[in-house]
Design a protein around this ligand. Structure first.
Ligand SMILES: Cc1ncc(COP(=O)(O)O)c(C=O)c1O
Length: 427
């Protein structure tokens, strides 16, 4: 047996360099290269990639346009921590498709982007609290990691800590059930004078908004002078070129981007109405209406060159028709297999995203989806990993990319069928 797991366990807590996965030593491998929707580890084993670097490689691994753009920029300097041609062009491109982003700032990750949106909202409104929806992830900042995987099912709007080390968040956060406008309204009615912003993933994980939900939250925010933050770190440039704003037709006051925009390179950006974004204008430093924002790596020309190349690929004709068609093929294929095996469950998702949940209850929010058999979900994902499908078995969310085609999805479905058989003992 190779000494890789031993080395990884000696170097990284849990043997993993960047979090999640939760693998035992027997499943630890080291990736060597990626091409399209395939990965190869250092032993030469090939994987079908259904994680795509947690969705950041929507453009596909080593997409030639992205490689070329990065190769062109790298010898010209990797970072100036200042305005450069690439970040300017990228900001203008985002503005052209993102009505919410009248002004922008760049950082290096989605976590930072959503953190800044919240801070700006608190600074602008002078209020302390943020309302999030249970089960939503907004990155590794305090809001993102609270009531993320709750199991106590406390009464709303009480937050449940998912991460130790975040005790103060309980005073700063309210939690509502996604897709439940009545409960959200009741919480806002009671706490409106304290709430700076509502932050949401418009498509929460893989759960689509019910008709009227996003519009309802938008109206509640407008009526109560609360800012609406869309975390489009996942949905941006993925559900449509204009992201969730375009796809659902609802415009927030502040917006966060990351992942797919960077073509696999480190990136984050946030934007909003010009008057709100004035809060980060350094001319205000010293006054009590200034919100601190600074990022050493934000807007570096290599990441921005990669992003401009990725965006040019997304703009090619029929990209989104195809991404949606591949997503439908994946979801309906997985659903057919559940049915064939008579396994209780459903496949949720939209666009190039899919997730299996082992429940027949309505999976319209966290409490609905978590009625599913989590052990079975993890066992299925681990079985898939062992069959050469690369994914993150901490959850059951799957990401497609532009590089996935019918043949790859067909191959995946065969392995899903077998994995499900093994995980449920219905071989
Ligand atoms: C919806 C959402 N927001 C924010 C983030 C955080 O992005 P990053 O990991 O780049 O900090 C993620 C990451 O998975 C995410 O899914």
């Amino acid at each position: 047996m190779s000494n890789t797991p031993k080395r990884a366990l000696a170097a990284f807590t849990g043997g993993i360099s960047n979090g999640e996965y939760g693998l035992g030593p027997e499943d630890i491998v080291v990736m060597e290269r990626g091409q399209g929707c395939h990965l190869w580890d250092t032993t030469g084993r090939e994987y079908l990639d259904f994680s795509m670097a947690w969705g950041s490689c929507l453009v596909g691994h080593a997409r030639p346009e992205v490689v070329e753009a990065v190769t062109r920029q790298a010898p010209l300097g990797s970072n100036f921590a200042f305005l450069n041609a690439q970040v300017l062009e990228l900001a203008e491109e985002i503005q052209s498709v993102s009505p919410a982003a009248e002004r922008l700032r760049f950082c290096a990750s989605g976590t930072e982007a959503t953190m800044y949106c919240q801070r700006v909202a608190r600074g602008y409104t002078g209020r302390r609290k943020i309302l999030k929806f249970e089960g939503a992830y907004h990155g590794a900042n305090e809001t993102g990691v609270t009531s993320l995987f709750p199991n106590k099912m406390l009464d709303f709007p009480t937050p449940e800590l998912t991460s130790a080390g975040t005790p103060h968040v309980a005073d700063l956060l309210l939690v509502a059930p996604y897709n439940d406008l009545a409960t959200t309204r009741a919480i806002i009615d009671e706490h409106k004078d304290d709430i700076a912003a509502v932050i949401m993933e418009p498509l929460q994980r893989c759960t689509p908004p019910l008709e009227g939900f996003l519009e309802g939250v938008r109206a509640l925010c407008t009526d109560n002078d609360i800012l609406l933050i869309f975390d489009e770190v996942v949905t941006g440039f993925r559900l449509a070129y204009g992201g969730a704003q375009e796809y659902y037709g609802v415009i927030p006051d502040l917006i966060a981007y990351g992942k797919a925009m960077g073509g696999g390179y480190p990136i984050g950006a946030f934007g909003g109405r010009a008057d709100i974004m004035e809060m980060v204008n350094e001319q205000r430093i010293g006054g009590n209406d200034y919100v601190w924002m600074a990022s050493t790596l934000g807007g570096n020309p290599v990441s921005c060159a990669a992003a401009l190349a990725a965006l040019s690929v997304y703009r090619q004709p029929a990209t989104y028709e195809r991404l949606h068609a591949m997503g439908r093929m994946l979801r309906s294929g997985m659903a057919d297999i559940l049915e064939k095996r008579q396994i209780t469950g459903q496949i949720i998702g939209d666009g190039p995203l899919a997730q299996v949940v082992f429940t027949d209850q309505p999976a319209i929010n966290y409490r609905g989806t978590c009625k599913g058999d989590k052990q079975r979900g993890r066992a299925t994902m681990l079985a898939l990993l062992r069959k050469g499908v690369f994914l993150n078995p901490m959850g059951t969310k799957l990401y497609l990319s532009i590089a996935h085609d019918e043949a790859v999805i067909g191959e995946f479905l065969g392995r899903f069928d077998e994995a499900l058989g093994e995980a449920t003992g219905s071989v």
